[in-house]
Write a protein that binds this ligand. Structure first.
Ligand SMILES: *Cc1c(COP(=O)(O)O)cnc(C)c1O
Length: 366
């Protein structure tokens, strides 16, 4: 891990999030002139040789990082994770059919709501009544009778909760996962999933493209005629370029895959993420001053949500953190308080600096 450059601050943004400095340096170079072509990546046609290489490597590296077999298609789509809310039922759910959803926060709730355009969203779990403080265990999931799929959100970006196991579905029911905020933060067993998706801007790159990994048999479900830009099958057949794709974000995501491989792959990334989160949670747990609303067994390694005893002190915390070179710590408007997002690219020494600040702030204001 390279030390953080002195002209950059510690960026705790929940998304778009911090990118690896090595990647940004390479991007700076390739914006000017990629592969000695005399043109930058943003100026190349999506049918040009340079982009053919960029896309082929992004897909190959995505497969290598996640150990994704040939029975899965790797797609780069647009419209963010939000577009997937309707693309998933549009592609996988018979009109009037039922799909199951675990509602564990803001995004999960949105996703279930959009299913209603196509059929019924059965809530296999609803965390609303318990203020989304935890994710369900396997035996807290109540499936309907033969749902078209089961959708869950592996990391709840706003509440700071995360599944630490992969839910099992009834026989033959595809598992669908919104992995926006923890994709490739730990090893993944893709064979357990029918479809995984993630907007790039949390753990993979800039906003503008959505990674979709889908088991190929699901491309054939087609429960209704769809416009090409809504069809997973069309994206798979047309190599993720049914129209002009977001060339630049896809290129950057490809660079991030290469960076993950250079770090030693997902096992090494996970080790580092576990260590980073432990440093922060240990500091928050060390005293009564800081309050962490997420139940301990559901705590996210990516988004650490906490607050001080009062909204006034929270404000002071944010102001003093900014003074100290730490930005984007404000919690989501629906929760208040603070949120420290420590995605893959957030440096370990940044967590140490943050913890020193936590201690000093309490000393001054506790
Ligand atoms: C950020 C986020 C989304 C929304 O992503 P967009 O790309 O803005 O549509 C959805 N789900 C989760 C878990 C997220 O963190």
């Amino acid at each position: 891990m390279t030390a953080t450059a002195t002209d950059r601050i510690l960026n705790f943004s929940a998304g778009p999030g911090v990118l690896p400095e090595d990647v940004l340096r390479q991007v700076q170079h390739d914006i000017w002139n990629i592969d000695g072509s005399g043109m930058g990546i943003m100026e190349h046609s999506h049918r040009a040789k340079v982009y053919d290489r960029v896309l082929a490597e992004a897909i190959a590296d995505c497969r290598e990082v996640g150990n994704i077999g040939d029975d899965y298609a790797v797609l780069f789509m647009t419209g963010g994770a939000t577009a997937q809310n309707h693309l998933i039922p549009a592609n996988l759910l018979e009109q009037g059919g039922t799909a199951d959803y675990a509602v564990t926060g803001h995004w999960a709730k949105h996703t279930a709501a959009e299913c209603k355009l196509y059929g019924t969203a059965h809530l296999a779990f609803d965390g609303g009544p318990t203020d989304y403080a935890f994710v369900p265990s396997q035996n807290e999931l109540n499936f309907s009778d033969r749902p078209a799929y089961f959708h869950y959100t592996s990391n709840n970006t706003i509440r700071g909760t995360q599944y630490h196991y992969v839910p099992e579905t009834p026989e033959g029911v595809p598992l669908v996962c919104d992995m926006c905020s923890d994709i490739y933060s730990r090893p993944i067993d893709i064979t357990k999933y029918g479809l995984v998706y993630a907007g790039a801007q949390k753990n993979l790159g800039p906003a503008g493209t959505t990674l979709v990994i889908i088991r190929k048999d699901l491309l054939e479900r087609s429960p209704r005629p769809l416009p090409g830009l809504m069809s997973y099958k069309v994206f798979a057949e047309k190599d993720s370029r049914p129209n002009t794709p977001p060339v630049f974000p896809i290129y950057v995501v490809g660079q991030v895959f290469k960076w993950i491989l250079r770090q030693g792959g997902l096992a090494a990334i996970e080790q580092r993420n576990v260590a980073k989160a432990k440093v922060v949670y240990d500091a928050l747990d060390a005293t009564e001053f800081y309050i962490t609303p997420a139940r301990k067994d559901s705590r996210s390694l990516m988004n650490v949500v906490f607050r001080t005893p009062s909204p006034e002190t929270d404000k002071l915390f944010l102001a003093e953190a900014l003074e100290a070179g730490m930005d984007n710590l404000k919690g989501h408007r629906s929760t208040g308080g603070m949120r420290a997002s420590i995605y893959n690219a957030f440096p370990a020494e940044g967590c140490e600096t943050f913890v020193q600040f936590l201690r000093e702030f309490e000393r001054r204001h506790g």
